[in-house]
Design a protein around this ligand. Sequence first.
Ligand code: ATP
Ligand code: MG
Length: 344
Amino acid sequence: MRADVARRAVGLRLAGIGRTFHNERAQSFALRDVSLDVARHECLVILGPSGSGKTTLLRIVAGLERPEAGTVSFDGRDVTAEPPERRGAGVVFAEDALFPHMSAFENIAYGIPRGDRERVRAAAASMHVEHLLERRANTLSGGERQRVALARALALEPVILLLDEPLARLDAPLRLALRLELMSVLRGGSYTTVLVTHDQSEAMALGDRIAVMREGRIEQLGSPRDVYDRPANLFVASFVGAPAMALLAAASFGSLAPPGAETIGLRADAVLLSASGESAGRVRAVEDLGAEAYAYVETPNGTLVSRLTGPAPGLGENVRLHIDAAKMHSFDAEGRRLAHAERA
Ligand SMILES: Nc1ncnc2c1ncn2[C@@H]1O[C@H](COP(=O)(O)OP(=O)(O)OP(=O)(O)O)[C@@H](O)[C@H]1O
Ligand SMILES: [Mg+2]
């Protein structure tokens, strides 16, 4: 995280944003009182499950959707009533919207002052598409098109850059490669960015801060480390981190559980296979991901996940587990993190 983010001027401010949708079955969805500040040149990532309101929020920032309540300001200017073209946001969605019969060059140049070839070339260079400039957009691969779409947004030199799952449709290697490029562009520090994703590793890698959304509300806003190490509630605890944090009844931890705790959360690195461990369980699955491996162990109190540091146990094997109490997360009856449980 760039440490100076908190001291910078506000680039984007959302204050009390509300939006409701009514569909055929009379259900409604709302963005409920969403307020947040994005510092100038910060990358804020909005992370949340499908349907939590991420795209709706981004469309409201872009001006493509009107909020029923609240205001949007860019660099201190209230833009709530302004149409998208006057706001000056650069927007990229998961599905690129390139003009298929225009060249990559023409696509990138679209919307920027005439003749500024340099600006096009600089944006193309930052996304490594200089060699594709003469190609028609409909002859490019999905990944190439997505790079061109990103270059087009950058070439506009937007006040605010809005990216909605820009890497979602790419295959894994391309996604990682493009993520690194995007990271260096965003860390270059000249864009105020809001990036939407439901991929938490993308959120951790690209965000200066992460806003975790659920059902139209922001559940937690903090640095990637904060959100991972100090999840504010059970939803954030279970949504952020892979494998997911194991959540168990505090009662089964006896005196190990801090007072007031209803639920104990354990990440895989807090649970170690150890012959002298205090609890016992049975290996239900082993997940070897190459760089790391995990064992899912059924115990009388629920399933725990252990990050393996030695040879993998066999399926069905009875093992003993040691729990690192310093890495325990505790939550009260309302599912909120217990502050007194903080142990660096
Ligand atoms: N134009 C609309 N009319 C009716 N309902 C809508 C409309 N746009 C969005 N919604 C509803 O609002 C909710 C939030 O949708 P949104 O697209 O913001 O979610 P999201 O977080 O971007 O999800 P995903 O990760 O799947 O893209 C959903 O329940 C969706 O069905
Ligand atoms: Mg969406």
